[in-house]
Every structure is written in C-alpha cells, then in structure tokens.
Write a protein that binds this ligand. Structure first.
Ligand SMILES: CCCCCCCC/C=C\CCCCCCCC(=O)SCCNC(=O)CCNC(=O)[C@H](O)C(C)(C)COP(=O)(O)OP(=O)(O)OC[C@H]1O[C@@H](n2cnc3c(N)ncnc32)[C@H](O)[C@@H]1OP(=O)(O)O
Length: 213
C-alpha cells in the first residue's frame, strides 16, 4: 500500500524519471516480443528472443543509456489521496504492454489519435480484428466526451459500422467528437481512417453516473 505523500506538489512523483523511462521501454520490448512470437518460427525463434532479452538486459545494466534526456510519456503520480496512480489504460498508456499505444495528437471539439497496429491485433490477414476497432473507437469517443463534458461518463451504447478493413502496419487516424449533450447523457461519433478513407464508423452514448443521494 502506498504511503500518503507529504512532498510539495512539484515533487509528488513516486519514482525517478529513469525508472519511468525504463518501465515504458520494457513495455515496448514486451510489445515487440508479442508481435515477434507471431512472425518468428523455427530456427529464428531463439535468436529473436535472445535479441529482445538482450535489449532488456542492456537497459537494466545502463538505464541512463536509454534515450538520454528522454521524458516518460506516462509516469505514475500521486493522486489526491496520496495513492500511487499508474496509467493502466490498455489503449493509450505507454506503460501498458497491451496498448499499441494509440497517441492523442489533437484534443478539442474533435479529438484525433494516430496508431499503427502490429501483428498481435490481426483479424483477417494483414487487417485489424473488428473487436479491436471497437476498442480504439470506444477510447477515442470516450476522450472526446471527457474533454467536452465536466463529469466522468461511461460507455452505455456503442455501435460500430465496418465499411472497409483497417490495415495493420501503417498509420491510421481515429477521429471523435461530441454530437449532443442532454443532461447526464452525451452522444458522440467517430471514425477510423486509413489513407484518407473511412474504414469504420462509430456512434454511441456516454452517461455520467447519477450523483449519490
Ligand atoms: C492515472 C490517473 C488517471 C485518472 C483517470 C480518472 C478516472 C478515469 C475513469 C475512467 C476511465 C475510463 C477510461 C476510458 C474507457 C473507455 C470507455 C469505457 O470503456 S467505460 C467502461 C464500459 N462501460 C461501463 O462499464 C458502463 C456500465 N454501465 C453503467 O455503469 C451504467 O449503466 C451507467 C453509469 C452508464 C448509467 O447508469 P444509470 O443507472 O445512471 O443509467 P440509467 O438511469 O439507466 O440511464 C440514464 C438515462 O439514459 C437513458 N438511456 C439509457 N440508455 C439509453 C439509450 N440507449 N439511448 C437513449 N437513452 C438511453 C435512460 O433512459 C435514462 O434517461 P432519463 O435520465 O431517465 O431521462
């Protein structure tokens, strides 16, 4: 259990920058291993794994060699109650090895993300699994709701239309915007685009929980 921090606000971080950079690097190696296990077979498997383990071992021996001066994207913080809060989000957190991670590049009335999906997200050959398209759109539409509505909301309904396959191994864009706010209900819509063409469309409803009596 984390102890409540008594540090001044500017020092309220539970680990060094170097450890945060190391954790995000390790998550990246885990992602590369996940993809490589699906594309590497037979005699290539052992050298592949040795290379990846070697990258990790080298980082552990000399963490300062990891992109000198580089900043962690999602370092843990102390929350308002003094507990350690790690960015666990499975779509955008650089510390979560199962996140691609999808990157927010523009946030406002419309949110824009970019992402490149490797082999572990494959459904049809070289195309994204449809369930994972829904994951990307859920996150993007939730973010558009989050930045435009003050109360935290949760996905109540999400409808996805699959118009074209989403390609793996190339940058795709995910767009999202709020269309209507009605009390606790917020409606939003968005798209996944590849090469300028819409591949999937989503619309849905986000509801903020009723205030406690
Ligand atoms: C490092 C630090 C980080 C800090 C971060 C801060 C905190 C972060 C917090 C969160 C992170 C999330 C990260 C992104 C996640 C992406 C989004 C997700 O995946 S969310 C998870 C999946 N979703 C759920 O698990 C919801 C499960 N459902 C519920 O919990 C409830 O259903 C809930 C809260 C959504 C609504 O519950 P009710 O009981 O308040 O709803 P009722 O009263 O039934 O409906 C409200 C109104 O909406 C209408 N309504 C319901 N369904 C409708 C529909 N389909 N169309 C139109 N209206 C509808 C109803 O008729 C009602 O209307 P009338 O107020 O009576 O006028």
């Amino acid at each position: 259990m984390a102890e409540a921090s008594t540090a001044p606000p500017d020092q309220r971080v539970p680990e060094s920058i170097q450890h945060s950079v190391l954790a995000e690097f390790a998550a990246g190696v885990c992602r590369d291993i996940a993809g490589g296990l699906l594309s590497t077979t037979g005699d290539d498997l052992v050298p592949f794994l040795e290379r990846e383990v070697g990258r990790l071992r080298q980082a552990l021996e000399d963490p300062f060699a990891l992109g000198e001066g580089s900043e962690p994207r999602h370092p843990p913080v102390f929350d308002r109650r003094g507990r350690i809060a790690v960015a666990t989000n499975p779509v955008v957190s650089h510390r979560n090895a199962i996140a691609p991670p999808m990157k927010l590049v523009r946030s406002g009335d419309e949110c824009e993300f970019t992402v490149e999906l490797p082999l572990q997200y494959q459904g049809p050959p070289s195309k994204l699994h449809g369930g994972y398209s829904a994951v990307l759109l859920d996150e993007a539409l939730w973010k558009a709701v989050r930045v435009n509505v003050s109360a935290i909301s949760f996905t109540r309904e999400l409808t996805i239309g699959y118009e074209r396959p989403v390609p793996l191994f190339e940058p795709v864009t995910v767009l999202a915007r709020v269309t209507e706010v009605d009390g606790r209900k917020t409606f939003a819509e968005g798209e996944i685009l590849a090469g300028g063409e819409v591949c999937s469309r989503a619309h849905g409803l986000w509801i903020s929980p009723r205030p406690r009596e």
